[in-house]
Structures are given as C-alpha cells and as structure tokens.
Design a protein around this ligand. Structure first.
Ligand code: AHG
Ligand code: MN
Ligand code: MN
Length: 355
C-alpha cells in the first residue's frame, strides 16, 4: 500500500483542476491512464495473451502491424470514444483522424497517439510503450483534418508510458515533467518521479548507426567525434545505446541524460526522417523541454514546426541540452558552408579546456 503517497488522480486534481478546462483535462488523463493499464496488462501476458507474432495487415505508415499495435489502438480508441472528453482522435495506426460520433459525446480536446511504440521489440520481450498528445478541439462543430495540424507548442498535455520491468507513465501538462509508477496489485499510478530534470551534459548517445552512410555531414561529424572519444576533439569517452523503442530511449534520457537522434537521412528520400511529428516528435519534444532538455530537427525546434500532414515525418534530435545545442550548431555551420571548430563558451575545446 502507498498510504499518503500521491496518486495520478490526486496529482491532477491538485495541479490542473482549477485551470481552463482543467477538470476535463484531468479526467481525460485518468482515461489515458486506464488505457495504459489495459495495454500494460496485455503486453505483460506476452505469447499467453496472443499479443506476439505478426499480422498480415500493413498500416498507413507502410509497416506490417503486430497484434499489440492493433489491440493497443483499440484500447485507446474505445477509451476516448466512451470517455466523452475528446472531439476526435488520430493514431499512427489509422489512415485518417476521425470525429467522435453519436451516441458518444464530444469533449473539448483532440487526442493523438502512437498506441504502441517500439513494436519491433514485442516478440523479443524488450520494453515498448505508448505516446500521446492532447490538443484543444475547435469550440464548435466536428473537427476536420486541419484542426489536428497544430504545432507542438499548442499541446495542452503529452506523455508516454513504458511497459518494461515496471509500467511507468510520464506526463506533462506544461508545469514540468512528472513520472508515475504503476502499483500493479492495487492498480494505481503513484507519483514516483516529480519534476524530472534531464542533466544538461551527457556522455551517452543513441542512434541507429547502421544508417550512417545515409546521414548528413553534421550528424556524421558529431557521432564521429563521440566515437573518437578521449583521443578526439571531445577529449572524453562516450557510450552508445540503441533500444529501437523511442519511449525506452527517452525514458533513459529522463533518468540519466543522453542524446537521442533519428536524423534526416537519404535512405528513403520521400521521408525526411523516421519518426512521426504528431505522435512521436511533438509529445516527446514537449516532455523533454519541460524536463529542461531540448528537441530539434537539427535546424528547427520541433515544437515550432507547422504540420502539413497528419502522418508527417521529421528528423528528431533530443535530450541533454548542451549536446543537442552542439548538434544544432553543427547543422548551422554546415548550412553556412563553414568548417570552423565549435566555439560555444561552455565547450570550447580550444579556449576553455585547452591551453
Ligand atoms: P513504432 O514501433 O511506433 O513504429 O516506432 C518505432 C520507432 C521508434 O520507437 C524507434 O526509435 C525507431 O522507430 C526504431 O527504428 P529502427 O528500426 O530504424 O532502429
Ligand atoms: Mn513509435
Ligand atoms: Mn507505433
């Protein structure tokens, strides 16, 4: 039992119920938590719950679906339809957003989600998760596609869950980033990580280096310098991780810092990045910024991007702010045709750390 500890519901009542539509937003986030608990239970059953293996359906992203992709999508859609707090939903697993229709009632928000992130990891029993973003719905009428295409700065809430050794839910409503751990026996999310802060500096990077030959020069430069370690211009060793579950990657960065990159590459020129703006980059960007980190494409703050398409893909570089700033600087130098060494006062290898 966790007597005296803060449940997610209590946290939301105390923090947002007094704000505009705050009570409705609090209720909506409790609904999200209910869907997360359902998906957590399903994923924990593994092969016993029929959640492993591959389906013969291909989603709008051109990816073969897993049973858990579909089950998780259904869990979110049903929760939002029955909850009466959103006017429409959009999902990575659905071709188009759809408005909530009678007999269900509409609420003041739009819910956008990646129901199951990292689904290539399900059969190997590696952590997966869910990602969600909450926007305001238009005040009247049925939401149309354009209503969803709001830049990330307009998000009123965002979060992710991780289905790992423990099930966690990490959320922001714009007043910091806060983490909750599921007490499985009792069924409550308990506030275990208030005011999470991403360390500004890090020695750890996460990138899929099998794509190296497709990267742009500023990314090759940055990763090359990390790999050169003590004997390179950074004069210190770096460590690398790649889980292939963005949620698990971001959560590690929340806990101990790091930089995560899925940069622009030329592997498929029709896609300017791997990750999706609305379901992955925007909610994670909001969460990371609220924890003192940065989220950029390399050339633009993620949250400032005006979306054109619901399934739009973007380059993503996020995490510890001094490292993200460095990568952004490398992009700016490259675009300006300059090959000067990095001259940040904090990291000026020639000035501060070299005689
Ligand atoms: P999803 O399972 O929702 O399609 O997302 C997978 C994403 C992300 O979680 C991860 O960082 C990346 O794709 C992995 O890509 P690679 O398979 O190219 O490593
Ligand atoms: Mn994903
Ligand atoms: Mn997914």
């Amino acid at each position: 039992m966790h007597l005296g500890r803060t449940t997610l519901s209590k946290f939301l009542i105390e923090n947002i119920s007094g704000t505009q539509d705050g009570a409705a937003l609090a209720a909506l986030l409790v609904d999200v938590a209910a869907a997360v608990k359902a998906i957590s239970a399903l994923s924990a059953k593994g092969a016993l719950g029929g959640a492993t293996g591959t389906l013969d359906t291909i989603n709008v992203q051109g990816e073969t679906q897993k049973p858990l992709d579909v089950l998780s999508n259904t869990a979110f859609v049903n929760t939002f339809q029955l909850g009466g707090l959103v006017a429409g939903v959009a999902s990575e697993e659905m071709d188009d957003p759809f408005p909530i229709q009678p007999p269900h009632t509409r609420g003041p928000f739009l819910a956008i989600f990646d129901p199951l992130d990292g689904s290539s990891n399900i059969d190997s029993n590696v952590s997966v998760g869910s990602i969600f973003s909450i926007l305001r719905a238009p005040e009247t009428g049925e939401p149309v596609l354009q209503d969803y295409l709001q830049p990330g700065v307009k998000q009123v809430a965002a979060g992710y869950s991780v289905y790992g050794p423990a099930t966690l839910m990490v959320i922001t409503v714009g007043n910091g980033t806060h983490g909750f751990t599921l007490d499985r026996e009792v069924g409550n999310f308990i506030l275990t990580h208030p005011n999470m802060q991403i360390p500004a500096d890090t020695n750890e990077f996460a990138i899929n280096t099998s794509n190296e030959r497709f990267w742009e020069p500023p990314v090759t430069r940055y990763i090359g310098e990390c790999k050169a370690g003590k004997t390179g211009p950074r004069e210190r060793d770096f460590n690398m991780r790649w889980i292939a579950s963005m949620v698990a990657e971001v959560h590690r960065i929340m806990m101990r810092g790091g930089i995560f990159m899925y940069p622009r590459d030329t592997k498929d020129v029709s896609k300017p990045g791997r990750l999706r703006l609305m379901y992955e980059a925007n909610p994670m960007g909001f969460i990371v910024e609220q924890a003192g980190g940065r989220a950029s494409t390399g050339r633009e703050r993620i949250l400032d991007i005006q979306p054109d398409l619901i399934h739009q893909r973007v380059p993503v570089i996020l995490g510890s702010r001094n490292e993200v700033d460095r990568v952004v600087h490398y992009h700016a130098q490259y675009d300006a045709g300059s090959d000067q060494p990095y001259e940040s006062p904090l990291f000026n290898e020639r000035g501060l750390y070299r005689p």
